[in-house]
Write a protein that binds this ligand. Sequence first.
Ligand SMILES: C[S@@+](CC[C@H](N)C(=O)[O-])C[C@H]1O[C@@H](n2cnc3c(N)ncnc32)[C@H](O)[C@@H]1O
Length: 251
Amino acid sequence: MKEEKPNYGLYHKNLMIYLSILGILGIIICIFGFFMNNILKFIVIIVGVTIAIIFLWPALGLITVNLTVNNDRYQAYQIIENLRNNEPKLLDVGCGTGRAAISIAKNLKNGGIVCGIDIFNEHIISNNSIHTIQKNAKIENVDNKTEFKYGSALDIPYNNNEFDLVNTSFVLHEFSEKENALNEIKRVLKQNGIFCLTEFNRFSFQSILINGIFSLVFKDKKYWNNVLINNGFKEIEMLNKGPFIRYFAKK
Ligand SMILES: C[S@@+](CC[C@H](N)C(=O)[O-])C[C@H]1O[C@@H](n2cnc3c(N)ncnc32)[C@H](O)[C@@H]1O
C-alpha cells in the first residue's frame, strides 16, 4: 500500500500566482518594446524590465521557498535544548499546517505535549485548516503528543502560566497589534518560561534574494530585539541563521 504523505501546503499560493502573472506581463511589455522605435522603445523596455524585476523576483522567491522548504529549517532541536524539565508543555502560536509544531513534537524525547493554535488563514498557507494539521500529526506519528485548536494569538484559549515554552515561527510579522499578542504569550507562559521567536531577517542577503522588494515586509534584528525588550522579556538571546533570525527570551 502507498504510504500517505503529510500535506503542509504552499505559502502564499495565490500571491505567488498573481506575482508570476504580473512578472510575465513585464516580460511581454519588454518584448513589445523591442518592436518599437526611438525613445518609445527605450521607455517601454525600461517599464517592462522594472515590472518584471519587481514582481517576478519575489514570485521566483516564493516558488523557491515552496519547492525547497523542509521542516528541518525549524531546527526544532534548538528549541527543545532550552527545556530543562521533563514532560514540558509547549505552545506553537500560528501553527498553520504544523511544520514547526510537528517538528518540535518529533524531537520531544522526555514526554510532554505540543499544543498549537491558529486562525487557519488559507490565504497564507493553502489547505490551512485544523483538519490538515491533525491529519499531518497522525501521519507523522505525533498525534499522541500534540493538541491543536482554533484560536487567535490575540486571545489565546489557554490559562495563565500554563506553558514552559511558546513558539512563533513566521507569524508575528503578520500583526499590527504585536503588543497584544505578546501580552497574551506572556500571560500563558510560566514564570521564567521561554518565548522562541523566528522571523525572516529583512536585510539578510538571502532574504532579499528570496523575497525581492517584499523583503521590506519583514523587520531587522534591532526591531525584534526592541519589541522583546519593550514588552518586558528578559535574558534575550539571538541566533542568526542566514535569512532567519531566532530569539530566545524569558518571561
Ligand atoms: C506564514 S504562516 C506560518 C505558519 C507556521 N508557523 C509555519 O512556520 O509554517 C503564518 C500563520 O499565522 C497564522 N495567523 C495569522 N494571524 C493569526 C492570529 N491572529 N492568531 C493565530 N494565528 C494567526 C496564519 O493563519 C498562518 O497559519
